[in-house]
Design a protein around this ligand. Structure first.
Ligand SMILES: Cc1cc2nc3c(=O)[nH]c(=O)nc-3n(C[C@H](O)[C@H](O)[C@H](O)COP(=O)(O)O)c2cc1C
Length: 210
């Protein structure tokens, strides 16, 4: 094994450290966050830090890097209170990756990267038509992390749109069938393999069980 201690981590070359620290936490699904400002300018940004925060109420969160003028996703969410979270399939991943570049306010990543915006009832922010998983959220909390200036944005899920074939009878969503891309680090996109489902562990395991 190769080991890194605090002094090694602090001493790493910047890009090398970013890649190590981004990668060791494992894969997360790739998502495009759709938003719009009060002047009607659409925006799409690529985010891999989406996490679920409980089902009742149904909440999603994601991590936002320290905010500056160019963080259009953040400013749009504050502007309208709405955002959409759209799963990225392997078929979409090359175009979705381009949405991580900083573009001018007037330029829509929908147009630049080849995605179609769709608007649905009661949601101001645009969804990505090509996405097999589309979630509409309302901003609930915007928390600043004092340690590094990152933020945790928490949204309440107001609507969910799924390709019919990926919703299983018990409510589980088949990410393999949806062909969702999982991201490790900042540039490695992995297809998700078929699931090996296990029963819910309702009882504590005894010592002899595997
Ligand atoms: C694979 C990948 C994952 C990313 N995940 C996040 C993330 O979770 N949080 C974040 O703040 N930025 C993330 N970014 C950077 C954003 O995509 C980038 O800042 C983008 O410009 C955001 O869109 P916006 O500027 O239109 O708001 C990621 C970039 C890449 C390449």
């Amino acid at each position: 094994m190769i080991s890194f201690f605090l002094a090694d981590i602090d001493g790493m070359e910047r890009h090398f450290r970013r890649n190590v620290i981004n990668g060791i936490g494992g894969c997360k699904s790739a998502n495009l966050i759709g938003s719009i400002d009060s002047q009607g300018r659409e925006n799409l940004g690529l985010f891999s830090s989406i996490f679920h925060l409980g089902a009742s109420p149904a909440l999603l969160g994601f991590q936002m890097r320290p905010v500056h003028e160019g963080r259009h996703t953040y400013h749009n969410i504050l502007d309208t209170g709405h955002f959409t979270v759209n799963g990225v399939s392997m078929a979409m991943h090359k175009r979705a990756h381009l949405c991580s570049a900083p573009y001018a306010r007037e330029m829509s990543e929908f147009e630049l990267c080849g995605f179609r915006p769709i608007y649905r009832k009661d949601m101001m922010a645009p969804f990505v038509a090509e996405s097999p998983i589309q979630i509409g959220c309302k901003l609930e909390e915007d928390l600043e992390i004092a340690l590094n200036g990152c933020r945790i944005i928490i949204g309440r899920i107001l609507q969910v749109h799924l390709e019919e074939s990926i919703l299983l009878d018990d409510g589980c969503v088949d990410l393999h069938r949806a062909d969702i891309a999982a991201i490790a680090g900042l540039n490695a996109y992995h297809p998700i393999g078929a699931a090996e489902s296990q029963p819910y562990p309702a009882k504590p395991l005894s010592k002899n069980q595997p």
